[in-house]
Structures are given as C-alpha cells and as structure tokens.
Design a protein around this ligand. Sequence first.
Ligand code: DGP
Ligand code: NA
Ligand code: NA
Length: 210
Amino acid sequence: ENKESSNSRGALIVLEGLDRCGKTSQSGRLYKYLDEQGHSVESWRFPDRNTGVGQMISSYLANKSQLDDHAIHLLFSANRWEKRSLMEEKLKSGTTLIVDRYSYSGVAFSSAKGLDIEWCKAPEIGLLAPDLVVYLDISPEKAAERGGYGDERYEQLEFQKKVAGSYLSLRDSSWKVIDATLSIEDVEKKLREVVLDRMMTCHKGKPMSQ
Ligand code: DGP
Ligand code: NA
Ligand code: NA
C-alpha cells in the first residue's frame, strides 16, 4: 500500500473465458500475489450468489427453476448493478478489484442462446468500465477435457461452442488474451505482467469510466 500515493485509485480487472478455462484459480492466485505484495486488493466474482438476486440465479443455474431467457439475462445484469456503488467506493478508495466474470459473460452467454446482441448489451450500460479485460483462451473441446464439466445449466460442450463464438465477436484490441492451455504457472506469470502494468496507470490517475 505504501507504493501507492494517497489520491491513487484501484484498478478494475476483469477475467473472462469459457467455463473451465481456469479463471477462478487464476484470480485466486493473482489475489494472493498482489495481497502479499502489499497492494490493497479484493477478489470478486459474478454472479455473486450471496444476494437475493444471486440466489435466484444460482437456483436457475442448478436447474432448480426455469426462467425466460430475457428474465434471467436481466437478473444477471441486476446482480452487477446491485454491486455497482460498492465497486465504485472500493476503486475510489484505492482498492484494486479482480473480478471473475462481468458484463461480457452476460452478453456472451445470453447471445449464445440467440438473444439479440444489442438487447443483451443495453442493461450493462452505465456499469463501471473495466480498466483491463483478460480473456483466458481455451477451445471448448480442451475445456471439456479438463475433468469434465459440472452439472450446471451452461456446462455443455455444444453450448460452450456458441459462447466461444460470442466472446470472439465481443473481443477487441484492448483485451489481453492469454493462452489458457499453458501451465498454471505460465498463465499466472503472464497475468501478473498485464495486471501490474495496468494497475500502475490507474495509480497514476487514469480516470474511471462507465
Ligand atoms: P461461474 O460461477 O463463473 O461458474 O458462472 C456460472 C455460470 O453462469 C457460468 O456458466 C457462466 C454463466 N454466467 C455468468 N455470468 C453470466 C451472465 O451475466 N449471463 C448469463 N446468461 N450467464 C452468465
Ligand atoms: Na461454472
Ligand atoms: Na446477463
């Protein structure tokens, strides 16, 4: 923390990718590293299943409830909206947030079901824009080989292929793409490099955007 000047803000770092790309373990490792380096940092994830909305999402994902595709899309978005002010507070106070999934998951997963992409993007407008999006890149086939999927609704090869296509159309040149088939240590190293670089620009006063 002493490396960071008092008016510096935290960085909003988003990790995206297919199910089983290794995002969750990489965000954990990144968090541990930054924390040990003395940075003010928190590890977040969406959906945040701890809220009321999050519990509805969790039940849907577990196939315990059925919802119209548009309705669940809006719940995922609402789940991000309900954390927005806390997110802004944390960033302003200098805390870097490592966020496992964000609006891109919202658009990629729902448009993979055939929903109109512009309709999918609309409820995300006004959420805080990430300072960095890291995409952990793995083919759906390779991801499926990783000890298989769990039992949740979207964890099926055919659907993940569609999600991969959606992510591809969302990607732009600002995204950092890391080959998620590298060793855990190599992915971790590459991730640290891109994140530390971006944290520096945020500490120097890069403005927050929506
Ligand atoms: P996770 O907890 O990261 O495994 O996410 C649960 C599942 O929900 C996973 O298959 C990705 C999917 N997902 C995450 N965010 C969204 C979203 O905003 N919209 C939709 N439709 N699916 C999402
Ligand atoms: Na999952
Ligand atoms: Na969504």
